[in-house]
Design a protein around this ligand. Structure first.
Ligand SMILES: NC(=O)c1ccc[n+]([C@@H]2O[C@H](COP(=O)([O-])OP(=O)(O)OC[C@H]3O[C@@H](n4cnc5c(N)ncnc54)[C@H](OP(=O)(O)O)[C@@H]3O)[C@@H](O)[C@H]2O)c1
Length: 253
């Protein structure tokens, strides 16, 4: 049976760092998925024959059912599923268009749940599911409210699923980094330059996530700064964190 790892959102940023890291694993193929095949151009040259590129729009139910049929037909042994695709909008909800809200919910939440359900029957003991959550999962934040809610959803989902899959020997890890230096973060909002405190790099986030996953942890929090924020968010009332963030972000809108 072909031993594979699946990485969504593989074209850049953290997803591509997972592909790089996954190359060190004992896998026959790494299925690198992104919205279109074009985004994954050059993967074969960069990563070799192990990299199988797949274009699938995770906001499309048709594309997700297409992936389901492909996996059920090929019946691979899935050792890693990394749900990494995601989108963020820094904006006032009043400015968000209907399609964008739908896409955000589909890509950030529903696609991960459906892909996980598709893959579990093909995952043996010792395999891993890594879901990209975020520091945003620790507290609700205005102007990225949907993103934080989606990441909190993924965190809750992952930790509970990990307990459910314990007897199958499958570890599910919610990966919760702070700001990571990728194309996802806008440099400016409405002409104002954005500053991201304690930015880390994608390879470090992935190294920590893989270490935590292999140690059987249901959460991976990279950097001491983010760990400290996690603890603070458990102690202080959420309305304090919301107020502090609103004060900081309000000037951009
Ligand atoms: N960067 C951060 O500060 C940070 C912090 C915490 C968590 N995260 C999470 O980490 C994950 C990776 O983010 P990143 O920073 O590496 O950003 P990124 O470079 O923008 O990667 C996200 C990937 O998801 C893909 N994607 C978006 N919509 C899609 C769709 N409809 N179908 C299929 N693929 C789609 C993107 O493709 P397109 O470019 O074509 O849209 C992109 O390749 C995300 O889930 C993000 O929320 C990021």
């Amino acid at each position: 049976m072909t031993k594979i790892g699946i990485v969504t959102g593989a074209a850049g940023g953290i997803g591509k760092a997972y592909v790089r890291r996954m190359m060190q694993e004992d896998l026959d193929e790494i299925w690198c998925m992104d919205r279109t095949l074009d985004l994954l151009k050059g993967f074969k040259e960069e990563f070799g024959e192990k990299a199988v590129t797949i274009g699938a729009d995770l906001s499309s139910y048709e594309d997700l059912t297409g992936l389901k049929s492909m996996i059920e037909e090929k019946k691979p042994e899935i050792l890693y599923l990394v749900n990494c695709a995601g989108t963020v909008q820094f904006q006032s909800t009043e400015d968000a268009c209907f399609d964008e809200l739908h896409r955000t919910m589909m890509v950030n939440c529903e696609a991960s749940v459906l892909l996980t359900a598709i893959c579990i029957p093909f995952m043996p003991e010792g395999s891993h599911i890594l879901n990209m959550s975020s520091i945003g999962a620790f507290t609700p934040l205005p102007y990225i409210n949907l993103y934080c809610a989606a990441k909190a959803f993924l965190r809750y989902y992952s930790r509970a699923l990990n307990a459910e899959l314990q007897e199958r020997g499958i570890v599910v890890t919610a990966v919760c980094p702070g700001w990571v230096n990728t194309d996802m973060l806008p440099h400016t909002i409405n002409g104002h330059e954005m500053k991201y405190e304690g930015m880390s790099n994608p390879d470090d986030v992935v190294a920590q996530a893989m270490k935590d996953a292999k140690a059987g942890r249901d959460m991976s929090v990279h950097t001491w700064l983010v760990k400290t924020r996690h603890v603070i968010c458990k102690i202080i009332p959420q309305k304090w964190a919301i107020k502090a963030w609103r004060k900081k972000i309000r000037r951009y809108f």
